[in-house]
Design a protein. Structure first.
Length: 485
């Protein structure tokens, strides 16, 4: 490839990467641009091109050293989950969401997407094959892809492609915005498809990004964080070295070493075929929205009994799983909002901050309230020790005799965040998540003051009737809880 004048960091990254693949390594030493190459690979034309672009390459490589950062254990796990030899490795950690909007102004949308990219360095992150990441300072202007549609079928084709996107490492961007324009007909709604790799944005950050983007689209003023994701990563390492946190991490280590010995196995759901026989697959979603009355009843119950709404709903999920597979005990994976107060204005910062943990259920109590209280204690411990790396918990559990190697069933509860189905005229139509080494992911959200539960599952592996049964049972247990107080 050839470099042009005023190349962006992305073009320089691709150029240096291509040379590396060909056996030529560029680096900076004593503030000078150097290269290393085997004699038989020497190419005069390439050397001359490097000399012509020396200043740009020197600037880029000097900054690249400063802008390279360590990835989190979860980001590395997302990458590792896609390598050959791992089960359920055909997808990346990915989220898709779709909105409708009347007469969507693509130029306005594009302008504000680029503003978000400039203001949030995580949106300029490239994942490197060596397990690190690099933040690019200067990237090309992002262009929104657009298409025209006549029918729902045209939209569904695009949805099918984008809802199962797979982003490769060492490429940018790790997201995609696509607008479908209605050609004719009474319904003038345009459609906005958003796809992104979860390695750059966790669920909370994604919601924040979309909220800010739509606010900017409508001309509202919003605040951005004064610090970068790179600053956060650097400060997090320092934060964990503080004496107080070292003691907390030691406590967490002892807690989990003890807990792992008594954790039940992960549930074994009925499958259409052995997991290892599954080659190509797609995720599907089942959704249920609680009525305002049902939601208010659950909130009233939580206040009356002194338990959190999250603990109630996660317990219901685990009870439903235990009833489905007829077991008295099980363990599932739960995701946590893992952002720590290591920088100022951390709430405004976008990035991947997720931590994970294990949570268990044992049907050994006379009332479901006791089970809920048990769940709540586990959640509080996870939050207390949230600076402890959850990947270590999973690894410990896998090494312990008698524990299943796999934990493919997940719950993500975002009940503390309030969402709206319609944001600045953008109406949410559908969404879907997928994660490597996961075949069932349960999401709990509060949307427009109503609880919304979703089940993302591998269609080719799990039986649809089992998922439908789980949704029905979930509702029954919820109603039963509210009828007994």
């Amino acid at each position: 490839m050839k470099l042009k004048n005023d190349s962006t960091d992305l073009e320089l990254f691709d150029y240096v990467n291509e040379l590396r693949k060909q056996g030529m390594f560029l680096f900076v030493e004593d503030k000078k641009l150097k290269y290393r190459i085997k004699k038989e690979l020497y190419n005069e034309e390439v050397i001359n091109e490097i000399k012509v672009n020396k200043e740009d390459l020197l600037r880029y490589l000097s900054k690249a050293q400063e802008n390279t950062l360590e990835l989190s254990s979860l980001q590395l796990a997302y990458m590792a989950g896609q390598v050959d030899g791992e089960f359920l490795n055909k997808v990346n950690a990915h989220y898709y969401i779709e909105f409708e909007k009347q007469n969507l102004n693509i130029a306005n949308l594009e302008k504000n997407i680029n503003l978000m990219i400039r203001k949030n360095d995580i949106l300029r992150l490239i994942l490197l094959s060596d397990g690190r990441g690099i933040i690019l300072e200067k990237v090309p202007e992002y262009k929104v892809f657009k298409y025209q549609y006549n029918s729902k079928e045209d939209r569904y084709k695009m949805r099918k492609i984008l809802s199962h996107m797979k982003y490769n490492i060492e490429t940018w961007p790790m997201f995609k915005f696509v607008v479908g324009k209605k050609i004719n007909g009474g319904n003038k709604n345009d459609v906005l498809h958003i796809s992104f790799d979860c390695s750059i944005l966790d669920a909370w950050s994604a919601g924040n990004m979309i909220y800010k983007l739509f606010a900017l689209y409508e001309g509202e003023k919003i605040s951005f964080s004064d610090v970068s994701y790179k600053d956060y990563v650097m400060n997090l390492r320092i934060y964990k070295e503080l004496a107080f946190n070292k003691r907390l991490l030691d406590e967490a280590e002892k807690y989990w070493n003890k807990m792992i010995k008594t954790l039940p196995k992960a549930p074994n759901l009925r499958t259409k075929m052995p997991i290892n026989d599954l080659e190509e697959y797609n995720f599907k979603r089942k959704e249920y929205r609680f009525s305002k009355e049902q939601t208010d009843n659950l909130i009233h119950y939580s206040k009356l009994r002194g338990v959190t709404l999250s603990a109630i709903l996660i317990t219901i999920y685990m009870k439903v799983l235990s009833d489905l597979i007829e077991t008295d005990e099980l363990t599932i994976t739960t995701t946590l909002f893992g952002k720590l107060p290591v920088v100022k204005n951390a709430d405004e910062l976008l990035g991947e901050f997720t931590n994970i943990g294990l949570i268990s259920y044992k049907d050994e109590y006379k009332s479901i309230l006791e089970s809920i209280k048990k769940t709540q204690k586990q959640i509080f411990k996870l939050l207390e020790y949230r600076c402890f790396d959850g990947i270590n918990i999973i690894n410990k559990a896998r090494q312990e005799n008698g524990i299943n190697k796999l934990f493919p069933i997940v719950v993500t509860c975002m009940i503390g965040e309030s969402y709206s189905n319609c944001k600045n005229g953008f109406h949410e139509i559908c969404s879907l998540s997928q994660t490597p080494q996961v075949y069932l992911d349960h999401h709990i959200r509060m949307i427009d003051d109503s609880i919304v539960i979703t089940f993302d599952y591998i269609d080719e592996l799990l039986y649809e009737e089992d998922i439908i049964w789980m949704v029905g049972k979930y509702i029954d247990v919820s109603n039963e809880i509210c009828s007994n107080f």
